[in-house]
Design a protein around this ligand. Structure first.
Ligand SMILES: [Zn+2]
Ligand SMILES: [Zn+2]
Length: 61
């Protein structure tokens, strides 16, 4: 199941799109990255840290 993680180092995970809630994090208030891992490694998110999943929703032209 898709989840959203922060790749700024704070390890925030959310089940909904959003931004990093951790003020001390270097990606504070930046969009979380979509991930589909099953083992909490969040490798997908770390390999594509700028992919938020938003493109999936905006394919209609
Ligand atoms: Zn963060
Ligand atoms: Zn993950």
């Amino acid at each position: 199941m898709a989840h959203y993680v922060c790749t700024g180092g704070c390890n925030s995970v959310s089940d909904q799109p959003g931004t990093c809630p951790t003020q001390e994090c270097m990606k504070y208030h930046l969009p979380l990255t979509i991930c589909h891992c099953y083992d909490s490694s969040h490798r997908e998110a770390y390999e594509h840290p700028n992919y938020t999943g938003a493109e999936e929703l905006t394919h209609a032209e």
